[in-house]
Design a protein around this ligand. Structure first.
Ligand SMILES: Cc1cc2nc3c(=O)[nH]c(=O)nc-3n(C[C@H](O)[C@H](O)[C@H](O)COP(=O)(O)OP(=O)(O)OC[C@H]3O[C@@H](n4cnc5c(N)ncnc54)[C@H](O)[C@@H]3O)c2cc1C
Length: 303
C-alpha cells in the first residue's frame, strides 16, 4: 500500500499517532484509538527502538530488554540411521517423513530444550556395511532382512529450540534507509547449550532405536563432540522470534500477557517478537492464535 510506518508517537502514556512515509508525496500521520504493531520479527523491535529514541524513552520507559533475547531455530542434519524390521512407528504419507521430539520429562531429565527430529528415507550410502564393522551381530541380522523391504537408510534432520540469550539482539545501525529510518544490526550467535540440546535429543532417539531393535543411529561428529556449528552451511528456519518478549513485569519484557506494551494504554504487539522462548516448532500457527486472542481481548475491552 506504499504506507511505511516510520515511527509511533506517544504523549507518554498513549500512542497519539503513527508517522507514515510514502515513496512519493508528503509523509502522512494516522490517528487511531488503539494501535497493533504487527510488522514482523525484526521490524517490531526496529520500529520500537527508533520510536523510543525519537521520544527520548517515553514509548518504552523500561527498555532494558527491547530488541534482546532474539531467537531462531537452528536447522541442521543431525545424523543418519538404519531402520530395520518393523519399527514401532509408521511412515507418514508425507514423503515417508516421520517426526520425533523428546517428551517433557526427558527434557527435564536431560536439562535440555526442545528438538524436533525428522526422519526421511535416503538412498543407500553404504551405511549398513559401515555399521557391520562396528556392530557385526546387528549388521548380520540387518543384512538378512535386506531384499525383504525391511531395511532402509534414513537421514535425520533437526530443527531445535535456541536458548534465549540477552546478547542475541537487534540494535539500530548508524546507516539509514531511504525513508530515514535506521537499519538494523542483528547479533545472533548460537551457544554450546544449543548444540547440547540437539545431541541429547539425538542420543535419546538412538537409544530408542536400539532398545526397540528398530535400527541404529549414527550422530554427526560435530554434534556428538559438541563442536562448533558448521559455518559452511548456516541453516535456520527464517523464524524470527523475540525482541519484544512477553513477561510479568516491564523489567523482564516489553509486553504483558495480553500483548499490551507496558506503560502505554493503547499499544499492542502481534507476532513472534513477543515469544519469551521459541519451542522447536514452526512459529506461525502460534502467531495466528495469539493474534486471534488479541482480537478477542480488544473486542472485550472495547478498545
Ligand atoms: C522462506 C520462509 C519460509 C518460512 N516457512 C515457514 C513455515 O513453514 N512455517 C512457519 O510457521 N513459518 C514459516 N516462516 C516464517 C513465517 O513467514 C513468519 O513466522 C510469519 O510470516 C510472521 O508473520 P507476521 O505477520 O508476524 O509478520 P510478516 O509476515 O513478516 O508480516 C509483517 C508485515 O508488515 C509489513 N511491514 C513491515 N514493516 C512495515 C512498516 N514499517 N510499515 C508498514 N508495513 C510494514 C510487511 O511488509 C509485512 O507485510 C517462513 C519464513 C520464510 C522467510
Amino acid at each position: 500500500m506504499d504506507a511505511n510506518v516510520t515511527s509511533l508517537e506517544t504523549d507518554g502514556h498513549r500512542v497519539s499517532k503513527v508517522h507514515i512515509a510514502r515513496s512519493e508525496g508528503k509523509p502522512v500521520q494516522l490517528r487511531a484509538g488503539t494501535y497493533v504493531l504487527a510488522t514482523g520479527g525484526i521490524e517490531n523491535s526496529r520500529i520500537l527502538l527508533w520510536s523510543n529514541e525519537l521520544s527520548n524513552g517515553q514509548l518504552i520507559k523500561e527498555d532494558s530488554t527491547l530488541g534482546k533475547y532474539w531467537m531462531e531455530h537452528p536447522h541442521y542434519r543431525i545424523g543418519e540411521a538404519i531402520i530395520t524390521g518393523n519399527p514401532p512407528f509408521t511412515h507418514s504419507q508425507n514423503g515417508g517423513e516421520v517426526f520425533f521430539a523428546p517428551t517433557q520429562s526427558a527434557m527435564l531429565e536431560d536439562r535440555s530444550l526442545n528438538c524436533g527430529m525428522k526422519i526421511a528415507k535416503q538412498r543407500s550410502t553404504g551405511l549398513l556395511t559401515e555399521i557391520s564393522c562396528v556392530a557385526p551381530d546387528f549388521g548380520r541380522w540387518a543384512a538378512s532382512l535386506v531384499g525383504k523391504n525391511l531395511v532402509c537408510e534414513a537421514k535425520m534432520r533437526g530443527a531445535w529450540e535456541q536458548e534465549p540469550l540477552e546478547r542475541n539482539r537487534i540494535e539500530l545501525s548508524s546507516e539509514v534507509d531511504r525513508l530515514g529510518v535506521p537499519r538494523v544490526k542483528l547479533m545472533w550467535k548460537k551457544s554450546r547449550y544449543d548444540v547440547q540440546t540437539a545431541k541429547k535429543a539425538a542420543m535419546r532417539f538412538g537409544q530408542f532405536l536400539a532398545q526397540t531393535n528398530a535400527g541404529r543411529l549414527r550422530v554427526d561428529p560435530w554434534i556428538l563432540d559438541e563442536g562448533a556449528f558448521p559455518n559452511d552451511k548456516p541453516h535456520s528456519g527464517h523464524h524470527h522470534m523475540g525482541g519484544t518478549r512477553m513477561a510479568a513485569t516491564p523489567q523482564d519484557g516489553i509486553v504483558d500477557s495480553n500483548c499490551k506494551v507496558f506503560g502505554q494504554d493503547n499499544l499492542y504487539i502481534a507476532g513472534s517478537s513477543v515469544y519469551p522462548s521459541a519451542g522447536c516448532v514452526n512459529p506461525t500457527f502460534t502467531i495466528v492464535q495469539l493474534a486471534l486472542r488479541l482480537g478477542e481481548h480488544l473486542v472485550q475491552t472495547n478498545a
